[in-house]
Design a protein around this ligand. Structure first.
Ligand code: PPS
Length: 561
């Protein structure tokens, strides 16, 4: 058995033992990793990596035993918890909803070095890479490694009929008599090009097909999995009957390009597949701050090819599929006859058309998929959005936000909620101070509320100082899944704010009566990519609010101001 679940009797025993053990409340990322460890998708791993395995995986993509394994699966923990554990000690791992899922017997606990890990595994420390960002801004600075005894798998309430453990999927393949199965990894809705590619792959390998989309963590800005799964279900009927199976994979992707492709292949082998498709730019996170892509478009294929004999599953390497108008068919870009007219529609253009409710070409996708995406992503005029002000104390955030709220309420198209810094601190965050930790928590709370409002079609206008870039990015990514996110940087210089000193706080901060005051003895990290920048030194609040309204109108969120 390659899964790590113990017998029911042993599970009951462990559960009562767990009451007396120290415990760690897992976040969702850790829960996804744990699920795939426990169900055997990460075989041969026996638990979260200990230090020797971790270092070996980072440096040479192998466990200390020599087995190929490209991504470190580690359990990050608060320093106080990790330091309290000794080798051989036991810790209960709890689902975010509270139940104990597994007990870990500690081998090692050590301080993480996220920068070195990012460099070794991802080949970069540029935090535009979403996994670098996660590593660098993760709250737990230590790792705890050790073997796992699984009590139960994390429960799922969505699309249960499409979730399979490796053992269940293998049993299904056996029942169906599928001895050769091609797996297709995806984190996007499937359009015609994908269907053509997967059909070709299955034909080439003379195999059945497993559509195996990721429903754990994907890349920021991706279509949420509810909408995607409905699209996958719609697309299934475009495959010959009984040739293709859909299964959902609760994986936390790392967007690690070539290493990730190798990892995906090993996982699919564990699910009983014999072939694995690697296309162009597999698990690519786009471009870095220098504008260059993190990984070359065919680096992933090269790395998997290099280890082909070591992975126990055959790669099917594919070039990008393009639509050849003259032939009215899709084919790999490399096979297109000379001078034939090729049509393409970029992801950005597709999203723009969706946003603006425009026509979609029939060669690009299926009507059912387009309908589904149109329902999930209505044009901006029907979406909720968040306007997130940031700037120094006294910069004019609240004044401009109040004018903006008044104008939006006059329009009356959506309910509007103001989450002003002071209001939030009185109501939601009354116990918090101004340490970095507390400020970040305050902004996360604002982000949580703004996201709920946005998701439900309303407008949230937030106006905290929000001095730290990383938590602002977190909020942007969170809300971006639910609707619009517009960051407004109120860039009024500190000397103007200090001169105004409406609350007398700058004077107190200068006199040392308040410690850690933003802009005086606490940092303010100015936004680099705010959608709107205003400086209220000379500009009246009405004019600043108008500038924001004009932006909202230009982007299609509101009708003409
Ligand atoms: S943060 O950093 O985003 O959590 O701050 P925020 O919730 O917006 O609260 C800022 C208001 O609290 C007052 N205040 C301070 N600001 C900055 N630094 C320190 N140490 C501090 N102590 C109190 C200040 O009045 C801020 O209000 P605004 O409206 O921005 O002037």
């Amino acid at each position: 058995m390659s899964d790590l679940l113990v017998s029911p009797a042993k599970a009951a025993e462990l559960k009562s033992e767990a009451v007396r053990l120290p415990s760690l409340d897992l976040n969702y990322h850790q829960t996804w990793d744990l699920e795939l460890l426990l169900n055997g998708a990460f075989a041969p791993l026996q638990g979260f990596l200990g230090r020797a395995d971790y270092e070996s995986v980072c440096q040479r993509m192998r466990l200390a035993s020599g087995a190929l394994w490209p991504i470190p699966i580690v359990l990050d923990a608060p320093e106080a918890v990790a330091k309290g554990l000794s080798s051989g000690g036991r810790i209960a791992l709890r689902h975010p909803e509270g139940m104990v899922l597994a007990v870990l017997t500690v081998e090692d606990a050590w301080a993480a070095d996220p920068k070195a890990e990012a460099e070794a595994v991802l080949g970069t420390t540029d935090d535009k890479h979403p996994e670098v960002f996660r590593l660098l801004h993760r709250q737990n600075p230590w790792y705890v490694g050790g073997k796992l005894e699984g009590i139960e798998l994390p429960p799922h309430h969505t699309f249960k009929h499409l979730r399979y453990t490796p053992a269940e999927l293998k049993a299904l393949f056996e029942k169906l008599g599928w001895s050769r199965v091609v797996a297709f990894q995806t984190r996007n809705p499937l359009h015609r090009a994908h269907v053509e590619l997967t059909k070709r792959a299955a034909a080439e390998a003379q195999a059945n097909l497993l559509l195996h989309p990721v429903v754990g963590r994907t890349s920021p800005g991706d279509v949420d999995y509810f909408a995607r799964v409905r699209c996958y279900q719609a697309v299934l009927k475009h495959y010959p009957e009984q040739t293709t199976q859909l299964g959902l994979l609760p994986l936390a992707m790392r967007m690690a390009g070539p290493r990730e492709a190798l990892w995906h292949a090993l996982i699919r082998k564990n699910y009983g597949c014999t072939h694995f498709i690697v296309g162009r730019d597999h698990a690519g996170p786009g471009a870095g701050r220098d504008g260059k892509p993190f990984y070359g478009p065919y680096d992933a294929q090269e790395l998997v090819a290099k280890h082909q004999d070591d992975i126990g599953i055959r790669m099917l390497a594919f070039h990008e599929m393009v639509y050849v108008e003259d032939l009215a068919q899709y084919m790999p870009a490399t096979d297109v006859p000379e001078k034939a007219r090729v049509l393409s529609l970029s992801g950005t253009e597709f999203r723009r058309r969706l946003r603006e409710g425009l026509e979609m070409p029939s060669w690009f996708s299926y009507p059912e998929v387009i309908d589904e995406l149109r329902t999930s992503f209505p044009p901006r005029a029907h979406q909720g959005f968040t306007v997130f002000f940031t700037g120094l104390s006294g910069a004019g955030k609240s004044t401009v936000a109040n004018v903006l709220v008044a104008k939006l309420m006059e329009m009356g198209t959506r309910p509007v909620t103001l989450l002003d810094g002071d209001i939030v601190r009185k109501n939601l965050s009354s116990e918090l101070g101004f340490s970095r930790e507390h400020r970040d928590l305050n902004i996360r709370r604002i982000g949580f509320v703004a996201n709920e409002i946005t998701k439900n079609g309303g407008v949230a206008v937030c106006a905290p100082i929000a001095p730290y870039a990383s938590v602002r990015r977190e909020v942007r990514e969170l809300v971006g899944h639910s609707g619009g996110f517009v960051e407004v940087f109120v860039d009024t210089p500190i000397d103007v704010c200090e001169q105004r000193d409406r609350k007398g706080l700058y004077a107190k901060a200068r006199a040392g009566l308040i410690k850690g005051f933003t802009g005086i003895d606490d940092p303010y990290e100015a936004p680099e990519n705010a959608e709107v920048v205003v400086d209220t030194t000379e500009m009246a609040a009405d004019a600043a609010a108008l500038e924001i309204l004009l932006y909202l109108e230009k982007e299609g969120y509101i009708a003409r101001a």
